[in-house]
Write a protein that binds this ligand. Structure first.
Ligand SMILES: Nc1ncnc2c1ncn2[C@@H]1O[C@H](COP(=O)(O)OP(=O)(O)OP(=O)(O)O)[C@@H](O)[C@H]1O
Ligand SMILES: [Mg+2]
Length: 319
């Protein structure tokens, strides 16, 4: 299957704030490589601060990478005007907070139409139909919503408007950054269903960002588990979640499973040290919290092929 996106050795470091800490850096994204096949959903999962949103911003060229290569739809993306035009038209983003991508003073019709105007897509008189089509695609009744302001809609409807706006340009890929985490639990499944439907109907590829593995499993095909700027495990989502090999993946899974009183003292329990207490960038970044850590973990583990398209960066490898 052909790839829509390929990311190679991507890196972005940030200077930490504060006068005395000026020379300290956060390795937000540190030598990351992955690719997404056309029509597939890759889930990028990891706890807060692991670098998920930074990866999205690097792909969309909202920020410049320190190093690495991004190829989108067979074109190398750099910051020249034609690259930026291509990536911003063909790759759209859905944010966690609907208000981050829509102007509360605009009516739904104009919100969904705006990207068509920006990218000059369709003749002006065709744009109305394109807006209506996008709204129908997200299961909203155009006549009912086009004249409304965002605050007049429910949370679920508002996120549907955001999705309609994202798909109005007929993008090849959509990056969804925690698209359901701010929504009421009762409307989440509907949005996830919609994402899958849009993928089937329009062949859209998704980069789905989340810390929540249960929603991840619902929409994903493959998963990359991210820890402090590094991919620690990658593979088919069912394989990885049913038989995690990296202790951090196991910890993420444990953190969502039902609390079982018998497990409270289980060996697997992850220590709660601040991960940056030790020099986190020496050796395995997870070792301060890892119940399985051994002497060798002071060296850096690299992603190693362990099965069909399955890689893991761990000397111990549980399961
Ligand atoms: N503009 C910036 N300047 C300085 N540090 C930054 C900047 N953007 C991100 N970081 C740092 O980079 C790291 C990764 O941040 P990022 O927002 O990518 O994490 P995330 O995985 O999206 O987290 P969350 O789940 O909370 O959204 C964090 O330590 C963050 O503080
Ligand atoms: Mg984020």
């Amino acid at each position: 299957m052909e790839e829509i996106l390929s990311v190679k050795n991507l890196a972005k470091y940030f200077a930490k704030g504060g006068f005395l800490r000026q020379r300290e850096v956060v390795r937000a994204v540190d030598d990351i490589s992955f690719s997404i096949k056309k029509g597939q959903t890759l889930v990028l999962a990891g706890e807060s601060g692991s670098g998920k949103t930074t990866i999205a911003r690097l792909i969309l060229r909202a920020i410049e990478p320190d190093s690495g290569e991004i190829v989108f739809d067979n074109a190398k993306i750099s910051n020249d005007a034609s690259s930026l035009r291509k990536i911003r038209k063909d790759c759209q983003m859905i944010h966690q907070d609907p208000y981050a991508s829509i102007d509360p003073r605009m009516k739904v019709f104009d919100i969904v139409k705006e990207p068509l105007d920006i990218h000059n897509l369709g003749k002006p008189d065709e744009r109305k139909k394109m807006v209506f089509d996008a709204l129908r695609d997200v299961k909203l009744d155009p006549d009912e919503v086009i004249s409304k302001y965002p605050h007049m809609l429910s949370g679920g409807q508002r996120q549907r408007v955001v999705i309609a706006r994202a798909i109005s340009t007929k993008p090849k890929m959509v990056i969804a950054d925690e698209p359901v985490s701010m929504l009421d639990v009762s409307v989440r499944v509907g949005i996830l269903e919609l994402i899958k439907e849009l993928q089937d109907k329009h062949g859209i590829s998704f980069l789905y960002i989340t810390h929540d593995l249960s929603t991840a499993r619902y929409v994903g095909h493959v998963i990359a588990i991210l820890y402090l700027g590094k991919i620690v495990e990658f593979g088919n989502i069912d394989d990885v979640l049913s038989q995690p090999m990296h202790p951090y993946t196991q910890a993420l899974i444990d953190s969502i499973s039902e609390p079982d009183p018998n497990n409270l003292h289980s060996e697997r329990k992850i220590r709660v040290n601040n991960p940056l207490d030790i020099d986190a960038y020496q050796g395995c970044r997870f070792r301060a919290r890892c119940p399985y850590a051994i002497e060798k973990c002071k060296q850096e583990p690299h992603l190693e092929l362990v099965g069909n398209q399955r890689t893991v960066a761990c000397f111990v490898k549980i399961n």
